[in-house]
Design a protein around this ligand. Structure first.
Ligand SMILES: [Zn+2]
Length: 424
């Protein structure tokens, strides 16, 4: 593992430049209350991508994209045939998202590379700043699509078929986004990077409460997501007898209640959320014939996550009443732990720079999950005010943003100068 944190790159981090870029990027999809609506593959994201390419080119980076819509900006190393070190996050947002969420990670990565360039350093390995396609998964579910396809966890043809609520496919939107970048060369899909680093806002209050600046992420809790389909029969609200109705909403509510009870734990470790709920035909005088809702289940323990998730279809069947119920699983990601060597590097960089750090798990999912399966991967968090995220008022401190970029710059540089012999 590379030991040398020289501080030269960190010394060239320009906090004002990083801060201004976050606000510049937030213009694309800007909302009235200071947030951003820049859902995956929308027109505003196209403009934001063009902006990243402009910034990258201005500092001499080589842009490229892949068939999954991931965008890369390469700083060429002295030994360009070695696997690259990748660093980045995502720039798509929730419908009423903040401006820092993923963009901080992409722009801190870009700032890290610019600092390395400003320090007059050309490392051995290429450094690829990356913006992964559709991390949020709010328009096209599930999220982390670009990183999942890049890492081989999901097939491109499977994500192309996925449609948003308006019936528009990923395939159509992806074509549009890539067509809007005629001057950006296409790179082959998939790669085996030397390593991947991601900086992100914490989206919780752990670092803030501990009065630290950096959270070195130990790993991620596991996650399973499902859709539940409840089918009854539409009928007239005035003329159909209540005892014979097959009211999908009534059954769905009974199922929701049973699930909430089954997923409750006194320690408050199990995370369980029903965030989407649609009733059809959703008309005041029609007994609902169909309900579809989402389940999001998370737990740090693999066995517990498996057992709880496996209970869900049984609970739905037991509570469905006079309607039909079916459950389909969209995702099953087990908990994971990032390699100790990468965590050690991040801790060492923070210590060497005098930045207060702590180790902590990630309760949210990030693109690093999928990169973890193809290369040594690590993450750092910076605090976000009161832990508020996926909200227009999301806020971070300029000094924290800068310190995060300093730690990131030194860590990326150390990895980019490491020879293959250092990897276990
Ligand atoms: Zn994010």
């Amino acid at each position: 593992m590379p030991k040398i944190i020289c501080g030269e790159a960190a010394g060239c981090i320009n906090g004002g430049r990083l801060w201004d870029r976050m606000f510049d990027l937030a213009q694309y999809g800007a909302l009235p209350n200071g947030g951003v609506n820049r859902q995956a593959l929308c027109d505003e994201e196209i403009l934001a991508r063009h902006c990243l390419v402009r910034w990258g080119k201005a500092m001499g980076l080589e842009p490229s994209n892949d068939a999954a819509g991931n965008l890369f900006l390469r700083y060429r190393g002295t030994q360009p045939n070695l696997p690259a070190v990748m660093v980045g996050s995502h720039i798509d947002s929730q419908p009423t998202g903040g401006k820092f969420d993923g963009p901080y990670g992409v722009l801190a990565a870009l700032e890290s590379v610019e600092a390395i360039i400003d320090a007059g350093i050309r490392p051995q390995r290429n450094i690829d700043v990356v913006s992964w396609m559709n991390e949020e998964g709010s328009r096209f579910a599930p999220g982390m699509m670009g990183s999942a396809v890049f890492s081989g966890a999901r097939k491109l043809e499977h994500i192309l078929e996925i449609r948003d609520k308006a019936g528009i496919s990923v395939e159509r939107e992806l074509k549009k986004v890539l067509a809007a970048e005629p001057d950006v060369p296409r790179r082959p899909l998939g790669d085996k990077p030397a390593a991947f680093l991601e900086a992100h806002i914490e989206q919780g209050t752990v670092i803030e409460s501990a009065n630290k600046t950096i959270g070195v992420v130990t790993g991620m809790q596991g996650k399973r997501t499902f859709h539940v389909y409840v089918t009854g029969e539409e009928s007239h609200a005035g003329t159909s007898a209540r005892r014979t109705r097959r009211d999908a909403l009534v059954s769905a509510i009974d199922i929701v209640h049973a699930l909430q009870q089954a997923m409750w734990d006194a320690e408050d470790v199990t995370q369980f959320t029903i965030g989407m709920f649609t009733v059809s035909p959703n008309a005041p005088s029609v007994v609902p014939g169909r309900v579809v809702f989402s389940l999001d289940l998370r737990h740090p323990d693999a066995a517990k996550l498996r057992d709880l998730g496996d209970e869900i279809p049984k609970i739905c069947q037991a509570a469905r009443g006079r309607c039909e119920a079916s459950v389909s699983q969209l995702l099953h990601d087990p908990p994971l732990e990032f390699p100790a060597a990468i965590r050690q590097l991040l801790c060492t960089a923070a210590s060497a720079l005098g930045v207060g750090w702590m180790e902590m798990p990630s309760f949210a999912g990030h693109d690093s999950r999928y990169l973890h399966y193809v290369c040594p991967t690590g993450m750092i968090f910076i605090p976000c005010q009161d832990g508020i995220s996926h909200n227009e008022v999301e806020s971070i401190r300029k000094d924290d943003a800068m310190d995060g970029a300093r730690v990131l710059a030194e860590s990326v540089l150390a990895l980019a100068n490491a020879t293959s012999a250092i990897w276990p």
